[in-house]
Ligand binder design. Structure first.
Ligand code: ATP
Ligand code: MG
Length: 366
């Protein structure tokens, strides 16, 4: 089912405006992540879709038909909460079949059990049918919650930070299982997380939110490679993007900083946006350079700048070189086999074509 979210706003009774006119469309069968820092409005959005919360204004459509006035139980939406919310006194089987045993459309016991077993098999918890949630690991409880959300054959699946209680390894495994499940059932899914890596790895599209506003809604690759603004550029990427306040030197036609300059003729004209000329005239521009775009200069190549490495941080697949660019902390990434050590002098070449420029309000200029 396709979901259309139109001009949704939410002001809580204390006057706090948690959502400011957000709109986005989710295609049938897509897995979309709502990503953003704590308090940005992710759960508010999810709860409004589920019908657990009324919006102040705006509309939600499923396959072109508004559900905003429908009762939660008539919306045919499966939801998994952050804390699983399993019934502790019931067994796994009883938990999973519960939605089929209550309400107007309750099914006979045998049929409910048969359906519950199908979803327990799908989520790999069938052998635990008689266990109580208290005797299960977080990951197992998680799968019970997912089976329970799916058992009513919902049109839409909503998951609110479903993996936050799990250890790193289990998170990785369960998120892949969720992705596989969503794709095999074709169920349209909205997944809330504040973990950028989780969002990048499982989403068809990501809605990156901040302070009740969608900053960018796009495929994961575009958010990383083509951020809409400074907030998006800063939110995605690890290590975090390097930022430098540069001045514009009209006579040299270059953005100048204490450590390195960016001559305008090194930039790709096609990537320059309308506001760039205005920002240059104001004299100030913020440059964003991802750690992978500071390249260690090969022997024989003239570096754009040379610095002393403060520390080398081994991550595994790569290492992070930390250095000081005249008072600004900066980082670059290098292959894990790099011989560079603390205190070494390193010459860098800047990959100018891949840098970003922003004005002081964070609007993308390049
Ligand atoms: N019932 C409420 N009354 C007033 N303000 C609220 C209420 N519920 C949430 N808020 C505020 O609305 C904002 C958005 O809350 P929401 O729960 O949607 O954030 P979130 O993005 O899910 O954050 P987190 O990642 O911490 O779960 C927050 O600033 C929160 O304090
Ligand atoms: Mg939340």
């Amino acid at each position: 089912m396709a979901i259309t979210i139109s001009n949704l706003s939410k002001t809580y009774s204390n006057g706090y405006q948690a959502l400011k006119n957000i709109s986005f469309d989710i295609a049938d069968g897509d897995l979309v992540c709502l990503l953003g820092p704590s308090g940005c409005g992710k759960s508010t959005t999810l709860n409004i879709i589920a019908g657990l919360l009324d919006p102040t204004s705006g509309d939600i459509g499923i396959d072109g038909h508004s559900i905003i006035h429908e009762h939660p139980k008539d919306r045919n939406i499966g939801m998994v909460f952050q804390d699983y919310a399993l019934y502790p006194h019931m067994t796994v089987l009883e938990n999973v079949e519960f939605p089929l045993r209550v309400g107007d459309h309750r099914k006979p016991k045998a049929e409910a059990e048969r359906i519950a077993h199908r979803y327990m098999a799908m989520t790999g918890i069938e052998e635990m049918a008689d266990k109580k949630p208290g005797a299960m690991s977080g990951g197992q409880q998680q799968r019970v919650a997912i089976a329970r959300a799916l058992v009513g054959d919902p049109k839409v699946l909503l998951l609110d930070e479903p993996l936050s209680n799990l250890d790193a390894r289990l998170r990785l495994r369960i998120r892949e299982e969720i992705r596989r499940l969503v794709k095999s059932t074709g169920i349209t899914t909205v997944f809330v997380t504040h973990d950028q890596e989780e969002a990048l790895s499982i989403s068809d599209r990501i809605a990156l939110m901040n302070q009740g506003v969608i900053q960018q809604y796009d495929v994961p690759q575009q958010l990383y490679l083509n951020p809409a603004n400074l907030f998006v550029a800063k939110f995605l990427g690890s290590p975090i993007i390097n930022l430098f306040d540069l001045a514009y030197d009209q006579s040299r036609k270059a953005l100048t900083g204490p450590t390195f300059d960016i001559p305008l003729d090194r930039l790709d004209r096609g990537r320059m946006r309308d506001g760039l000329a205005r920002a240059l005239a104001s004299g100030k521009v913020i440059a964003g350079i991802r750690p992978e775009h500071f390249l260690v200069a090969d022997a024989g190549r003239t570096p754009d700048f040379t610095v002393t490495i403060d520390s080398v941080e081994m991550i595994g697949r790569y290492s992070v070189l930390h250095f000081d660019a005249d008072g600004v902390h900066a980082a670059s990434t290098v292959d894990a086999r790099s011989p560079i050590r603390d205190g070494d002098r390193v010459g860098y070449v800047i990959d100018y074509g891949d840098i970003f420029l922003f004005d002081e309000q964070g609007t993308r200029l390049y």
